[in-house]
Design a protein around this ligand. Sequence first.
Ligand SMILES: *Cc1c(COP(=O)(O)O)cnc(C)c1O
Length: 375
Amino acid sequence: MTDASDSLFGGRLTIDLKAITANWTILKNKLSDRAECAATVKADAYGTGLTQASKALYDDGCRTFFVALPVEALKLCRGMPDATIYVLDGLFPGTAKTLAENGIRPVLASTDEVQEWAAFCRETGQHHPAALHVDTGIHRLGLSAAEFEEVMLNGDIREVFTPSLIMSHLACGADPEHPMNSEQLKRFKNLTSAYPDIPKSLANSAGVFLGEDYHFDLVRPGISLYGGKALDTMPNPMQPAVKVEARIMMARSVPQGDTIGYGAMQTARRDLRVAVVAAGYADGMMRRAGSTDIAPGAYAMIEGHKAPLLGRVSMDMITLDVTDISPHLTRRGAFVEMMGPQLAASDLAAYADTIDYEYLTNLGRRFLRRYASLT
Ligand SMILES: *Cc1c(COP(=O)(O)O)cnc(C)c1O
C-alpha cells in the first residue's frame, strides 16, 4: 500500500477499470442479441478518466461511445480509430468539418443543427453520419415531434442526410413507477415506427433496468458503469469502481461542551477523540455533507467502523468522530475511506442532498490518482 509518492498527497483516488468493464458486461447481459451496449464516457468518464475507462471498455468489446462535448470526442478518437463516437451536446456552430474529418458524429438536436450538418454534407458531397435527437418529454435537447417529422420528410435534407441513429432521453428513468417512462416510450415508438431501418436508442443506465421495451437497438449507460445507482427503488447490482481515501493528519481530544470547526456548529456532547483528515470541499467532499448539532452529517469508514463527520467540511479538511474506534486505526498517517466499497457513492451523496453523479464528477483533482483493483 505504501507508494513513495503517496506521502505527498492528502488523499488518493483508486479507480478499478476491471470493475468498470465487469459492470459493462452485467448491463450487456441484460440485452437481447439485437441490442448493442454502448458506453457514456462524458465528463472524463464520470471522473474515472476518459482515455483509461474508454480504452478498458474498448478492449472488452465496446465499440460505441457517447461524450458530451466535441473537445472530449477529439481526445477520445485518437486512441480508437474504429470506434463510433457520438457527441451528445450536438453540433456547435462551425464545427462540422472538424467532427467529420475525425469521424465523430454529432447528435443533432435542433432544426438549426440539422440544417448546418445537411449543408455541410451537400458542400462536401458526402453523407456524413450523425444521430438525430428527438424530444419525447424532457424538454432539454432534441427536436420536437413536429420538427422531427418535418426533417424526416424534407426532401432537400434527406437527399444528403439520413440519421445513423435516432435517439431520445428519459426524464424519470430512476423511478420505474413514474408515468413519464411509459409516456416517453409510447411517443418514441410512435415517432420512429415509420423508420424501421434506422437504429434507435432510448435507454441510459436506468432505461436498461426498465426492461427490454426500452432497449431498442442500442443502450447508452453511464453511471452504472462506474458503480453508481441507476434506480432509486432497488439494491444496486453494480460493482463499486471508485474508492476515495484520505489521510489522518492528527487525532485530538475535544472536551464535552466545546465546539468543533468553523461557525462552532457542532458541540461535543461528551469527551471526544477527533481525527482531522486531509480532504475538503476542494477535493470534492461536498460542504452540504457536514454536520451540525441540529442535522447530523455524513460519515467515513475506518476498517468497517463508521466515523461520523463533526462540524463543517472546510476547503482542505474534515473532522471525524473516532472516539469509539481503536487509536491504532486512527493514528497519524492512516487512511480513512470517504467513498468506496464500504460507503457507496449514492449513500454518501444522500447526505449532501445530491446524487452520486455529482460526487463522482467532482472528485479528487488534488488526490493521487491510481488504477488498481478494489477487491
Ligand atoms: C448522460 C447521458 C446518458 C447516460 O446517463 P446515465 O444516467 O449516466 O446512464 C445517456 N444519454 C444521454 C442523452 C445523456 O445525457
